[in-house]
Each structure stands twice: as structure tokens, then as C-alpha cells.
Design a protein around this ligand. Structure first.
Ligand code: NAD
Ligand code: IPM
Ligand code: MN
Length: 375
């Protein structure tokens, strides 16, 4: 069995952690008798700066010719914030309709949690983030003067959206605006997924992050549609929590949370918070799941502050690799990868620099690969 997997290492620590992920996944494949045909894509800051475009025509289609995508991170101080993130990362999520962003965070051995848990309690949270709408639509712009027209368009698999705006500001000033969007089919499908995930975990409570108090027209809709969808599962209880309170409760009593359903922007923020509670971004894995083609990447970014120093913990990318294997129905490979990570951490020796140990990025990859030999 040979899996054809696209790899987009990207920028900063992206290539560093992806190298270790490929190292570990290659060993897993060897052990279980399958192999990878890695298809490398060079996009990111360097490509953009030398070619003057983020992606060449046809790039998304070429990436989609593979069975899945493993991505490092994009973003570089040499490029202003925006183009790489929007036209590469978000473009991939939207193009492949990867509406489900799964961001699990749990306790690992010897990883100290900077948050209180009751005796016997473990951190086992999964952020289920809607990944195509909200304030990530890319619908916005700046204005100057008393009046201005704006034509805003966005395409998703579910719809084509157009807004023709006549802006008037008195007295005239310059400013910027952004249009969020929530549509019923998109909100229903993510709520249904979150409900399924909660039930599959054997739980009956699903937390839903909202901010309907400040934006009732917008997140009130989110609340109504998610509630209607979740209530179709009679034994499930939806518990709505304002996202500011959620960010307050999480560090104080994280044990009360399991599945947390979030709209796109809150999901981004809450997942970094939850990653910190679980021991660090260097352990936080994620999947962007679409109907045909999914992408797996660490939650963290390109971390330019530590790029090239060996300080990047590659475990988040390696765990994302395990999620990729699971998506390819290679459950044995996924389990083996996770066991190797767990056993390595359980030894408590030669931990990653991020966790206060001595091991650099490539040493952590080697140590996980070593563990595989014992399994
Ligand atoms: P970041 O996630 O890159 O870094 C936040 C902090 O966490 C930094 O102190 C960094 O050193 C640390 N960190 C991150 N990953 C780590 C790891 N594996 N091991 C140890 N420490 C780690 O967030 P940022 O600084 O806001 O963003 C940097 C760039 O990355 C920006 O250009 C941003 O747009 C981009 N970004 C990309 C993605 C993505 O491609 N998926 C995600 C987030 C941010
Ligand atoms: C993430 C990142 C992205 C997001 C950025 C880089 C656009 O923060 O994957 O968490 O906001 O989704
Ligand atoms: Mn983020």
C-alpha cells in the first residue's frame, strides 16, 4: 500500500517540524509494511517573494490530486501579515471545503499543566471549530471619504455570496470594515459534527462558545441554529457560554470541558488557550477535515522567534501526522505514532526544549523514531 501525500512545509519552523514528522511517519510505514509517495509543494514566503504570487494557477488543484496534505506553517516577518495566511492557508481550507477544524488537547505524560485539575481528572478537550465562515470570509476593505461603493464576493462550496455596499460616513473619514457571515447549512453541519463527536466520546454535554450578548443579530443566529441541530440528538445537552467567560473558566477549571464548539474566530483564539493549558503549542495538533481532501497541521504558526534554533517542538506536527494516518484509514499507523510519542514522553528523559528538557527539534524526532523500534 502506497499513500500519495502532499507536503507543504511552509515557513519558519514549518520545514523543521515537518522533516521530523516525515522521519517518524516513514518509520511507522516501514514497520507496518506500507509506504509514502510524498509530493512536495514549495509555497510560502520565499516562493511569494521570488515569484510575486502566493500560488501559481492550478496549484490548489495539483495539491488536491493527493490523498491528504501535511502542512507546516506559513507566515514570515519579511511578508506583511495577510497574503500568505489568506491566499495559501485559508485558501486551502476554503477551496477544499474543510469545514471541520478539529483541535484536540489532552494530558500527556510528564507534561506539566499550568492549570488546576481535580484528583483523577485529565484534560481532554477538543475544540470543534467551524472553518469556513464567520469573520474569516475575507469580505471587507477600507474606505475613505463620505461615500464609497464596495462589491464584496466570496465563493464557498455551499454558495456564492455577493454584497453590494453603499458606504456613507459623516463626517468623512477613513476606516475599515469586515463582514462576517454565518449561513444555516454551514452552521448546521458543524453543529451536527460536534454532536457526533460528543456522542462518540460517550459524553452528553456539548459546550458552545458564543457572544450573542454583544452581537445578537450574528451570534444569536449561531445559537439558534446550533441549538436546533444539537437538539435533534435527544440525549445531548448544549451548554452555551460567552467566549469571554469561556476564556476565564478554562484556566480555572478546565476539567469541566470536553467538546467545545466554536465559530471560526473564537475557535482560533480558544484553541491557542487550550493548547497552553495542555502544555504548549508544541503538542497541539489539528486536522482540517473536508468531504474529499483534508489537511493536517500543527495549531502553531511559523514561530519566527525560534526558527533555526532547534527549539521548535515537533510533536504537534507528529501528532498531526497521526491524525493524517487515521484519515487515510491507517488506524494502526496512527495508534503506533501516538504510542511512540506517549512512550517517549513517559520516559521523562530527553524531553523537548519547550518542555524544559535538553532535546532539539531533530533530536525529538530521532527519539520518537527510536521508541518505534521498541513497539
Ligand atoms: P506562533 O504560533 O508561530 O508562535 C507563538 C509562540 O509559540 C511563539 O513564542 C513561538 O516561539 C511558540 N511556538 C510555536 N510553535 C512552537 C513549537 N512547535 N515549539 C515550541 N514553541 C513554539 O504564532 P505567531 O507568532 O502569532 O505567528 C507567527 C507567524 O505564523 C505569523 O506569520 C502568523 O500569521 C503565522 N501563523 C500561521 C499558522 C499556520 O500556518 N497554520 C498558524 C498560526 C500563525
Ligand atoms: C491557525 C492560524 C490561522 C487562523 C491564521 C494563520 C490565518 O492562526 O491556523 O490557527 O487564524 O486560522
Ligand atoms: Mn491560530
Amino acid at each position: 500500500m502506497k499513500y500519495q501525500v502532499a507536503v507543504l512545509p511552509g515557513d519558519g519552523v514549518g520545514p523543521e517540524v515537518i522533516l521530523e514528522t516525515q522521519k517518524v511517519l516513514e518509520r511507522v510505514a516501514q514497520k507496518l509494511g506500507f509506504s509514502f509517495d510524498w509530493r512536495h509543494f514549495p509555497y510560502g514566503a520565499e516562493y511569494y517573494l521570488s515569484h510575486g504570487q502566493v500560488l501559481p494557477p492550478g496549484a490548489l488543484a495539483a495539491i488536491g490530486q493527493n490523498q491528504a496534505l501535511l502542512l507546516g506553517a506559513v507566515g514570515d516577518p519579511k511578508v506583511p501579515p495577510g497574503p500568505l495566511e489568506q491566499e495559501l492557508l485559508l485558501a486551502l481550507r476554503f477551496h477544499f471545503d474543510q469545514f471541520l477544524n478539529l483541535r484536540p488537547a489532552k494530558t500527556w505524560p510528564n507534561v506539566p499543566l499550568p492549570c488546576p485539575l481535580k484528583p483523577g481528572e485529565e484534560l481532554d478537550i477538543v475544540v470543534v471549530r467551524e472553518n469556513t465562515e464567520d469573520f474569516y470570509m475575507g469580505l471587507g476593505g477600507s474606505f475613505s471619504g463620505p461615500t464609497q461603493k464596495a462589491l464584496l464576493q466570496a465563493r464557498r462550496d455551499l454558495y456564492q455570496f455577493t454584497a453590494e455596499l453603499d458606504l456613507k460616513v459623516e463626517p468623512a473619514t477613513t476606516g475599515a470594515f469586515s463582514l462576517g457571515l454565518l449561513t444555516e447549512p454551514a452552521v448546521r453541519r458543524i453543529a451536527r459534527k460536534a454532536a457526533e463527536i460528543t456522542l462518540a466520546r460517550g459524553e452528553n454535554k456539548l459546550h458552545v462558545a458564543t457572544k450573542a450578548n454583544a452581537l445578537p443579530q450574528f451570534y444569536g443566529f449561531w445559537d439558534r441554529v446550533t441549538l436546533d441541530e444539537i437538539q435533534k440528538t435527544s440525549d445531548l445537552k448544549a451548554s452555551y457560554i460567552n467566549v469571554d467567560n469561556l476564556c476565564y473558566q478554562l484556566p480555572r477549571a478546565p476539567g469541566q470541558f470536553g467538546v467545545i464548539l466554536c465559530p471560526n474566530l473564537f475557535g482560533d483564539i480558544v484553541s491557542d488557550l487550550v493548547s497552553a493549558l495542555a502544555g504548549g503549542l508544541g503538542l497541539a495538533a489539528s486536522g482540517n477535515i473536508g468531504p474529499q481532501f483534508s489537511m493536517f497541521e500543527p495549531v502553531h504558526g511559523s514561530a519566527p522567534d525560534i526558527a533555526g534554533t532547534g527549539r521548535a517542538n515537533p510533536l504537534a506536527a507528529i501528532i498531526s501526522g497521526a491524525m493524517l494516518l487515521e484519515s487515510l484509514d491507517q488506524k494502526a499507523g496512527a495508534d503506533l505514532t501516538l504510542r511512540a510519542v506517549r512512550d517517549y514522553l513517559a520516559q521523562g528523559q530527553n524531553l523537548p526544549l519547550e518542555l524544559g528538557g535538553p532535546s532539539t527539534t531533530s533530536q525529538v524526532g530521532d527519539l520518537v523514531a527510536e521508541q518505534l523500534k521498541l513497539l
